[in-house]
Design a protein around this ligand. Structure first.
Ligand SMILES: Nc1ncnc2c1ncn2[C@@H]1O[C@H](COP(=O)(O)OP(=O)(O)OP(=O)(O)O)[C@@H](O)[C@H]1O
Ligand SMILES: [Mg+2]
Length: 298
């Protein structure tokens, strides 16, 4: 093709492109413009019994608002994934559920969150007691510098449990739940810091479930792990969800698709679309959701 022909072809492509209707993300644009938007919540969510009920919740870090009027119910006995671009408020929302944001200076909240029917922001709430009802696991494994055994039973110890047989039984049960018992049963007295990253994260999950929480909150629990350790944690999440309600933040769309039953997409502190994972990934109602989960937006 000579230069003139190739130029005219490029021009034709450019003209055709300019004639194509621009992709419009109506909800995203409205959110960017600071408008109050109504999220698309699928009927399947309304039909579930909620263990956590987030009701018109808003949060400010000093003057900056990070969560805007979020209402969502987290179904009992299932895995719900929170997805959305970096900075959209996923971790903030997760940390609002165990009131960890209370520890940040200048935080103010509006609205309410109920855990199994009880309001968690009511003035009478004992925050330490509330946190015992929720197990939390973070991005980076954070074992304490003590033995494997002491790491797991730590929440029971600070609760005053001293009976050796009770602690030993709880330790084994939790380590089995976290699918790491066989790997550590002969080295319970050794330091937890000697475990691999993936083992440390499973240990943290064991510690998070030892006091039988009502909900397990996981904030990108695999992002510091290699693919093999990631698969192990994903299998563990699936297994554990028969006993616990799990709320997981993840950046990884395949992971959300693999482990969760329900998925919620957030954007700039607002809920965008929320439904079964099957619907969100295969038949979402919003174009922005379709494009986000397929990596074309965000
Ligand atoms: N401790 C804090 N103090 C002030 N602002 C904060 C604090 N933590 C988060 N923010 C802000 O709140 C907003 C939401 O942050 P958050 O960490 O909840 O997002 P995220 O969705 O978890 O992002 P990522 O995917 O990157 O982890 C961001 O604008 C962030 O800068
Ligand atoms: Mg985060």
């Amino acid at each position: 093709m000579n230069r003139e022909d190739s130029q005219s072809m490029l021009n034709a492509v450019a003209t055709a492109r300019s004639r194509q209707p621009a992709v419009r993300y109506e909800m995203i644009e409205a959110i960017r413009n600071g408008e109050k938007t109504k999220p698309v919540v699928h009927n399947e969510i309304h039909q579930q019994e909620a263990v956590i009920d987030i009701d018109q919740f808003a949060l400010w870090y000093s003057a900056a608002q990070a969560i805007h009027d979020v209402s969502m119910k987290i179904p009992r006995g299932a895995v719900t994934a929170l997805i959305g671009p970096s900075g959209c408020g996923k971790s903030t929302l997760l940390r609002s559920i165990n009131r960890m944001n209370d520890l940040v200076d200048g935080v103010r909240v509006e609205g309410e969150i109920h855990l199994n029917g009880s309001p968690i922001y009511a003035p009478s709430v004992d925050v330490i007691g509330l946190r015992k009802r929720l197990g939390m696991v973070f991005q980076k494994p954070n074992p304490f510098p003590m033995s494997i055994f002491e790491n797991v039973v730590y929440p029971l110890r600070i609760d005053g449990e001293r009976r050796k047989s009770v602690l030993a039984e709880a330790c084994e049960k939790s380590l089995r739940s976290a699918a790491i018992w066989d790997e550590v049963k002969d080295r319970l007295k050794e330091s937890a810091l000697g475990l691999s990253g993936g083992q440390q994260q499973r240990l943290c999950i064991a510690r998070a479930v030892v006091a039988d929480p009502e909900v397990l909150l996981l904030d990108e629990p695999c992002s510091a792990l290699d693919p093999v350790a990631t698969i192990k944690i994903e299998e563990l999440i699936t297994e554990i969800s028969s006993r616990y309600t799990v709320l997981i933040v993840t950046h990884n769309m395949q992971q959300a698709a693999r482990v969760s039953d329900y998925t919620a997409l957030m954007y700039l502190g607002r809920l965008v679309e929320y439904g079964t994972t099957g619907m969100i990934f295969q038949n979402p109602k919003l174009l922005e959701t379709e494009h986000y989960v397929s990596g074309r937006f965000g």
